[in-house]
Design a protein around this ligand. Structure first.
Ligand SMILES: [Zn+2]
Ligand SMILES: [Zn+2]
Length: 104
């Protein structure tokens, strides 16, 4: 029987992302991009958009980071908790970089 390989290649940075230990991983831990796949309920995969979502802001709440993502094509925004293996130190730099993409 073929084992299901729960990995995907990030479309933004090209790194391989393992989904094995994570149940709700939906953004890349290296470049923090994700795809707009969810509709109104997180995890429902009901969105037909499938656009790229980029982090645009973050806040520290109860010693946990929350990240605000915005979809580039449709403008939908949603908050997401960081994942444990996110490279959180590079997040402020990346937010600055992605800002340019929303000024077009
Ligand atoms: Zn990436
Ligand atoms: Zn979208």
């Amino acid at each position: 029987m073929k084992k299901i390989n729960e990995c995907f290649i990030c479309v933004e940075c090209g790194k391989e992302i393992s989904l094995a230990a994570k149940t709700c991983r939906n953004h890349c831990p290296f470049c923090f991009t994700s795809l707009h796949v969810d509709g109104e309920v997180p995890g429902d995969r009901a969105s037909a958009c499938k656009g790229m979502m980029y982090p645009i802001a973050y806040e520290l709440k109860n010693s946990d980071y929350k990240i605000l993502f915005r979809c580039a094509p449709c403008g939908k925004e949603h908050w997401n908790k960081r994942a444990e293996d996110d490279e959180i130190v590079s997040l402020p730099i990346l937010i600055g970089k992605y800002k340019e993409r929303f000024m077009k």
